[in-house]
Design a protein around this ligand. Structure first.
Ligand SMILES: CC(C)(COP(=O)(O)OP(=O)(O)OC[C@H]1O[C@@H](n2cnc3c(N)ncnc32)[C@H](O)[C@@H]1OP(=O)(O)O)[C@@H](O)C(=O)NCCC(=O)NCCS
Length: 434
C-alpha cells in the first residue's frame, strides 16, 4: 500500500491557491471569456505568491466546454499572464473533475522530476458557451468554401431548410444514455430513496454555511477582488449565488425541473450554472523550501474511478474515495475535513449514504466493510457548490483551495476532497498539512 505520494524522494506541495468569485452565468461575468477569467486568476496568483514567472516550468488548465478559438486555453492564459513564452502549457478535460486533472497532472510532473514548479487550475464560462451551426449548415459552409465560382459558392446554401439554421448548443447530458445531469440526479434520488425534504435541508445548509463563511471573511480569503471590464468600475469580491434569505419553506415551494410530475430536483437543490476560474501553485517540496515558501499543504494520495453511466451517474466519489484513502494509508476516521462537490443535493446524499453502507461496499466495491460514516461536522463546512456555484472546469481547484485554507485555520491535518463528473467518473484526493 502506498502511503504518502512520494516518488524519487519528492513530495508535492501546494503553496497557494485562489479563485475568481463564482458568478451565476449570464450575470456579472457575462462579457468575460474563459480566457479572461483564467488570466485574472493566474496574474493574481503570480502577484500574491511573488513567484518569478521564469521559475514556472509548466501551466495546466482544465475546462469542460472549450471554445473553438482557444483549443489550448492554458497556453493562451499563460501567454496573457506574463508567463515566459518558453514555458509550455496544455489544457485537459475530465468533465467536472477537469481542475483535479490539471492538479494531478501537475503532481505527476513534479513527482517524476520533469517539473519543479507548476501552475494548475480550471476555468469555465458558461455565459460564453460555444454554439455551433447545425451539421447541415456546416456542410454547406464547407462546400461553399470549396466552390470555385459564385454559383458554386451560393448553391450549397439553397438546399438548406429553416430548421438547419437552429444552433447546435452544448448539452449537459450523457452521450451514451441521453440523460441530462439533472435527470441522472433524479434517478439517484429515486433509487436511493432520498427525499425532497432531505435535499432541501442540504441545500439550505449549503447556503447558510456559505453565507456565514462569506460574512466571516473565510471564503473571501480565496477570492480575487475582480474588476469587471470594460470600464473596471464594478468590483466583485464574493460569490453571487449564495442566498442569505433562503429558507426551507422557500426551497420546498420550488417546482421540480427535470421531472416536473414526480421529481424532487429543483433549481434550489441543484448547483447553478456558473462562471469562474481557480488556480494553484504547486512545487516539489524541496524547491518550496529552497525558495522559502511555506506550503499550505501536500498531496498525500489521489484516485480516479469510474462506473457505468447506465448505473447511478454521479456516484464517482463513493468509488474513488476508498481508493484514495487506501493509498493514503488512512480511514475516514482520520480525516479532519471533507469537501465534496455538490452537483445536486441528491448526488451528495447518495454518495454519503453509499460510503456508510455495508451493502454498497460488498456489492459495488467488493469490500467487506463500509468505507466510513461521513461526519457532517467536518463536511463542506463553508457550504458547497449548490450555494457557491459550479463553473464546471474550476470546481476541483476551489474545493482543494478551500479545504487547505480551512485545515490551516482549524489546525487540522488531513483533508479529503471529491468531485463527481460526467461519464460516471469520480476523483478523490487526500491532502495533508504536515
Ligand atoms: C436547475 C437549473 C435548470 C435551474 O436553472 P434556472 O431556472 O435558470 O435557475 P434560477 O436561478 O433562475 O432559479 C429558478 C427559480 O428558483 C428560485 N430559486 C433558486 N434557488 C433558490 C433558493 N435557494 N431558494 C429559493 N428560491 C430559489 C429562483 O429565485 C428562481 O425563481 P423565479 O423563477 O421566481 O425567479 C440550472 O441551475 C441547472 O441546470 N443546474 C444544474 C447544472 C448541472 O447539470 N450541472 C452539472 C453538475 S455535474
Amino acid at each position: 500500500m502506498l502511503k504518502n505520494l512520494v516518488k524519487n524522494g519528492r513530495r508535492v506541495a501546494i503553496i497557494y491557491g485562489l479563485r475568481t468569485p463564482f458568478i451565476k452565468s449570464g450575470t456579472l461575468f457575462k462579457n468575460l471569456s474563459s480566457l479572461d477569467l483564467g488570466k485574472i486568476a493566474t496574474v493574481e496568483l503570480i502577484n500574491r505568491t511573488e513567484i518569478d514567472p521564469e521559475e514556472i516550468d509548466e501551466v495546466i488548465f482544465g475546462t469542460v466546454i472549450p471554445t473553438v478559438k482557444t483549443p489550448n486555453l492554458a497556453r493562451e492564459i499563460a501567454l496573457g499572464s506574463g508567463v515566459p513564452t518558453s514555458t509550455p502549457a496544455y489544457t485537459v478535460t475530465r468533465a467536472c473533475a477537469s481542475a483535479n486533472q490539471a492538479i494531478t497532472n501537475a503532481a505527476e510532473s513534479i513527482l517524476s522530476g520533469s517539473c519543479d514548479i507548476v501552475v494548475a487550475g480550471g476555468v469555465e464560462s458558461i455565459s460564453d458557451f460555444p454554439a455551433l451551426f447545425s451539421k447541415r449548415f456546416r456542410a454547406s459552409l464547407y462546400d461553399s468554401y470549396k466552390g470555385k465560382n459564385l454559383i458554386q459558392k451560393i448553391k450549397p446554401f439553397l438546399a438548406l431548410r429553416f430548421r438547419d439554421l437552429t444552433p447546435d448548443v452544448p448539452a449537459i447530458a450523457e452521450l451514451s444514455t441521453g440523460l441530462t445531469m439533472g435527470e441522472s440526479a433524479e434517478k439517484m434520488a429515486k433509487e436511493n430513496h432520498i427525499t425532497r425534504e432531505e435535499q432541501d435541508a442540504l441545500a439550505y445548509r449549503s447556503h447558510k454555511l456559505a453565507f456565514e463563511a462569506t460574512e466571516h471573511g473565510r471564503l473571501g480569503e480565496e477570492i480575487i477582488h475582480t474588476f469587471i471590464p470594460p470600464d473596471f468600475s464594478t468590483v466583485v469580491a464574493s460569490d453571487n449565488g449564495i442566498r442569505q434569505e433562503t429558507s426551507i419553506e422557500s426551497l420546498s415551494k420550488l417546482t421540480p425541473v427535470f421531472d416536473k410530475k414526480y421529481g424532487t430536483i429543483t433549481a434550489g437543490n441543484s448547483s447553478p450554472l456558473t462562471d469562474g476560474a481557480s488556480v494553484l501553485l504547486l512545487m516539489a517540496e524541496e524547491k518550496a523550501k529552497a525558495l522559502g515558501y511555506e506550503p499550505l499543504g501536500y498531496i498525500r494520495s489521489y484516485a480516479y474511478a469510474a462506473l457505468s453511466p447506465e448505473d447511478q451517474l454521479l456516484m464517482g466519489p463513493a468509488y474513488s474515495t476508498p481508493l484514495a484513502l487506501d493509498r493514503a494509508g488512512l480511514t475516514m476516521r482520520d480525516i479532519d475535513l471533507i469537501e465534496m462537490h455538490e452537483a445536486f443535493a441528491a448526488q451528495v446524499l447518495s454518495n454519503i449514504q453509499a460510503l456508510s453502507s455495508r451493502r454498497f461496499a460488498e456489492e459495488k466495491l467488493g469490500r467487506s466493510e463500509p468505507v466510513g460514516e461521513v461526519d457532517m461536522e467536518k463536511f463542506n463546512v463553508m457550504g458547497g457548490s449548490i450555494a457557491i456555484g459550479h463553473p464546471f472546469g474550476a470546481t476541483g481547484g476551489r474545493v482543494t483551495i478551500t479545504i487547505l485554507n480551512e485545515l490551516k485555520r482549524r489546525s487540522g491535518n488531513f483533508g479529503l476532497v471529491s468531485v463527481c463528473a460526467a461519464g460516471a467518473i469520480g476523483v478523490s484526493m487526500v491532502l495533508e498539512r504536515e
